[in-house]
Design a protein around this ligand. Structure first.
Ligand SMILES: [Zn+2]
Length: 192
């Protein structure tokens, strides 16, 4: 569309031409470039050249009526490519190094709730009591009374919950045998 698309350096025209002017000139918001540049002539209203001298700089060019309009995406690196949401997203997103754990967290038979919890675990983002007490700026003493509900001997944390707690350590040592992981250290990095 002639007002919104970037078909020339001076575009988008919408930034200089108001909808009222567009309507007064007999155009509408959906007017196409082919409606304005007809048979080698620009159909701007005569007074627009005085009002918007930049229009005088717009070069003539050929419009290929057999070509369909195409959406393109300008990559961060500057090159143009066919637009798709996946291309745009991949180009926009913050890219980070690949991590080792995706297949531990997401795999075809994974239970969604477990996968979500696992994802929190690998990023050490479980809402454990040590983390919650660091949020406690109001001096609410109740958080200091929190303790691990498995062993009741102190506040829980990622390390406590999985390997330091007497109860979970015992569960893990049995599971480890069943899973054939006896040689693995009790560290998340080793388990991954
Ligand atoms: Zn415990």
């Amino acid at each position: 569309m002639v007002w919104f698309d970037k078909w020339n350096e001076i575009c988008p025209l919408r930034s200089i031409v108001t909808p009222r002017l567009i309507a007064n000139a007999g155009f509408n918001m959906n007017t196409k470039l082919a409606d304005i540049f007809v048979q080698g002539e620009w159909r701007w209203p005569a007074n627009w050249f005085a009002r918007f001298p930049v229009l005088l700089n717009v070069q003539d060019f050929e419009i290929y009526s057999t070509c369909k309009d195409q959406l393109q995406w300008r990559m961060r690196q500057g090159s143009l490519t066919d637009f798709s949401t996946s291309v745009a997203w991949d180009n926009l997103r913050r890219q980070q190094n690949e991590v080792l754990w995706p297949k531990v967290v997401w795999f075809p038979q994974a239970i969604p709730k477990h996968a979500f919890l696992m994802w929190l675990v690998v990023q050490k983002k479980l809402k454990t009591q040590d983390i919650m007490s660091s949020w406690n700026s109001s001096g609410n003493a109740n958080l200091n009374l929190l303790c691990c509900s498995l062993c009741v001997s102190g506040p829980d944390s990622h390390n406590h919950l999985f390997f330091e707690c007497d109860y979970s350590a015992q569960v893990w040592s049995d599971i480890k045998v069943l899973a054939g992981m006896e040689s693995i250290q009790n560290e998340w990095t080793d388990i991954f």
